[in-house]
Design a protein around this ligand. Structure first.
Ligand code: SIN
Length: 304
């Protein structure tokens, strides 16, 4: 077999099915001195908006049992700086760039994605309708089918790039939202973003995050993510990208078996930036040993 790990997500062809999740790997460049970032299946960069955003007041991250909370608030450099300063270096590094897009209205999403359409070297757009840390946009679009479809339709019209929509686990019914997004023209869905959580310092009696609440990620949410991937993969015909607490090959295999065609590694990058590359190596060895491709595993859980 030539490239045993090559993976197709609708119109998007990846060299392997292991991506890094938005918000957990910066813009990719931060790691380019210590590793070959072109090896990663796809780098979903920090969520980008039309204008730069300062994000929420600190503290914006804290560790929790088997996970972490973040309340970053989509702090980012904005479209112009990303495209002019970072994209040339990402192209030089031959990174597979997934632009994670954030807007506060369907029109703003469309404008941003129309602009991404003209940028050389962007492989796909991941539409963020699931961030729990912003006052408008984000999760407000992702909790039910109607607004999720409205944003997806606007983005679909605005770009020829492959469109992946990132789902919130806090949707009223994540299967309905995924179906509405598929009907509106998305090429794939990725799930799950974080769950809203809270942690309190019992000495100061204050929340441990500056804005009180934040999104919970990491191994603590993995069983919830696997269940949702299983359900969504049976509800739609477009490919599903699974994420939520993946730390090693075993965790990745769990998501493939549940129905994910590709995966994203998130929180684990903070403790081991090499984790995605380690999983790619381990997955390649596993597939060679078993004489299979990752796609042979997709949805193959045996429910008994
Ligand atoms: C954030 O920037 O607040 C996290 C990103 C997200 O949850 O989508």
């Amino acid at each position: 077999m030539s490239n045993i790990l090559e993976t197709t997500l609708g119109p998007l062809v990846l060299k392997n099915p292991v991506m890094v999740a938005s918000g957990t790997f910066g813009y990719g460049l931060e790691y380019s001195d210590v590793m070959d970032i072109s090896v990663i299946g796809g780098i979903s960069v920090k969520g980008i908006s039309l204008a730069p955003r300062p994000g929420n007041p600190p503290p914006r991250m804290c560790e929790t049992p088997s996970g972490m909370l973040n309340s970053i608030g989509l702090a980012n450099v904005g479209f112009d700086v990303f495209v002019n300063d970072m994209m040339p270096r990402l192209r030089d590094a031959k990174a597979t760039v997934i632009a994670n897009a954030y807007g506060t209205s369907a029109d703003e999403f469309a404008e941003l994605c129309r602009k991404f359409d003209d940028v050389e070297g962007i492989a796909a757009i991941e539409v963020n309708i699931s961030c729990p840390n912003v006052k408008s946009g984000g999760i407000h679009f992702g909790v039910s089918g109607k607004p999720a479809a409205e944003v997806t339709r606007a983005v679909r019209k605005a770009t020829r790039l492959p469109v992946m929509v990132k789902l919130s686990p806090e949707a009223n019914d994540i299967k309905d939202v995924a179906r509405a997004i598929e009907d509106a023209g998305a090429d794939s869905v990725s799930l799950i973003n974080t769950f809203r959580g809270m942690s309190i310092d019992v000495n100061t009696r204050k929340p441990r995050l500056g804005v009180g609440f934040g999104g919970l990620s990491g191994p603590a949410i993995r069983p919830l993510a696997v269940r949702m991937v299983y359900e969504v993969a049976r509800a739609v015909t477009i490919p599903v990208v699974g994420m939520g607490g993946i730390t090693c090959l075993r965790d990745a295999l769990e998501f493939f078996l549940a129905g994910a065609s590709a995966i994203q590694v998130g929180t684990a990058n903070f403790s081991n930036p090499m984790v995605a590359i380690e999983i790619i190596d381990a997955l390649e060895k596993y597939c060679i040993e078993k004489n299979i491709r990752p796609s042979d595993l997709v949805g193959k859980v045996e429910m008994g």
